[in-house]
Ligand binder design. Sequence first.
Ligand SMILES: Nc1ncnc2c1ncn2[C@@H]1O[C@H](COP(=O)(O)OP(=O)(O)OP(=O)(O)O)[C@@H](O)[C@H]1O
Ligand SMILES: [Mg+2]
Length: 447
Amino acid sequence: MARNSLKRYLPTNLLGRTVLILLFPIVLMEIVIGIAFIQRHFEQVTDQMSEGIALEIIYMKTELENEIARGSKPQELKKMIHELGNQFGYTAKYDHKSEITIIDDVSFFDLSGKTFIKNLNEKLSSASAYDLTNPRIVNIQTLVSSGRLDLMISRKRISASNPHQLLVLMIVVTLLLVFLSVIVLKNQIRPIGKLAKAAEAFGKGQFVNFKPGGSDEVRRAGVAFLAMRARIERQIKQRTQMLSGVSHDLRTPLTRLKLALTLQKENQEVHDMLEDVNSMEAMLDEFLEFSKVSKKEATKQIIMVDFLARLVEKNKKHFDNISLKINDHLDHSHTMEIRENALSRGLQNVIDNAMTFGSKVEVIAIRDSIDTIINIEDNGPGIKEENYELAFRPFSRLDESRNQNNHSGVGLGLSISTDIVKNHGGKISLSRSEKLGGLRVSIRIPI
Ligand SMILES: Nc1ncnc2c1ncn2[C@@H]1O[C@H](COP(=O)(O)OP(=O)(O)OP(=O)(O)O)[C@@H](O)[C@H]1O
Ligand SMILES: [Mg+2]
């Protein structure tokens, strides 16, 4: 759970992650070094400063004790201490009462103040108290053999001022480093992004110009991608060329056969043979038509809503009961990069089936964050779930529909549609139409 919630806040792209990997140790190191250095710096400097002050106070106390031993009057002692204090830059007072009127007082966060009190207590032998609550003046009271010495010292003299220049320098240098590395990294990552885009487009059947670049590894991946793309394209082309060649060449002997059969005396056998030859001819025609469409049509930007409207309108001319429903998420601003003729044929095959098997057809277009979804539903008999896979196979006609409306397809429609949809990087699936009760063919095409 904790890991997952942390993941949500971490960057997902390569640049963000690399900057984080780079920045995290640097910042951590700076914090550690900063704290360790500042702590040592403060302690040492404060130690030295408090030692100096302790010596000055001890000197003043010795002078005072000597005067007391000589029997000087309090008035004289006061004057002498005042003058002595002035020499050191203190405000110094002598009080003949031997009692301490302040208590040790220092704020919790005043580390150097605490060090100061500790050091002075070690060095001054007599009872003393320190008030460090005032940020500018430190008040010290220390007892002598008869009376008390009061000192006011500027705070600056007991602890070093903040070494904030160092911190500022550290932050500025870090920011500069991060800025420079982001620029360098961006250049390194750009070729990876380009490769990803080209691969993504190829998956959708689009062609994007791509030139390998960047570091060795990325360049190698790019070259490998280009080789793979060329090989796959060559294979597809060869396959279609070969099949259309075969189909084309088969038509001549088939026509000859047909001609020969029509010249025969009419009987049942000849009739059946003619029917077979006719259906073979239909298969070849269908296939040739398909290979014509799939012949490397260039992709182009189309407005999906208009494309579907044109398709449905065309079918309405000979089939009244077909309608188009467009979901709110899809409007004229949504364009897609597709092979218009191919996709139109892919959808037409499915619509043809729906119009053959049903008397009411609905085309429903929806859009989610990744796909445009086109559902084609009808009110026909549908397909049993266990036969879904079979329906996609080339030349497969399902038993249930053999005699339906004298349907005389060759069984290539759905497999051709699948091919076209897959070439657009999409998916095609079958299910039962909840609304119309027949078949629902769902076609998803990535945006
Ligand atoms: N809407 C549908 N309702 C019921 N069955 C269907 C539907 N669509 C397809 N089928 C079944 O799936 C089989 C395969 O469909 P496909 O479109 O591939 O071939 P076809 O329609 O028989 O021939 P072709 O489309 O090549 O003329 C069909 O023969 C039919 O049995
Ligand atoms: Mg069909």
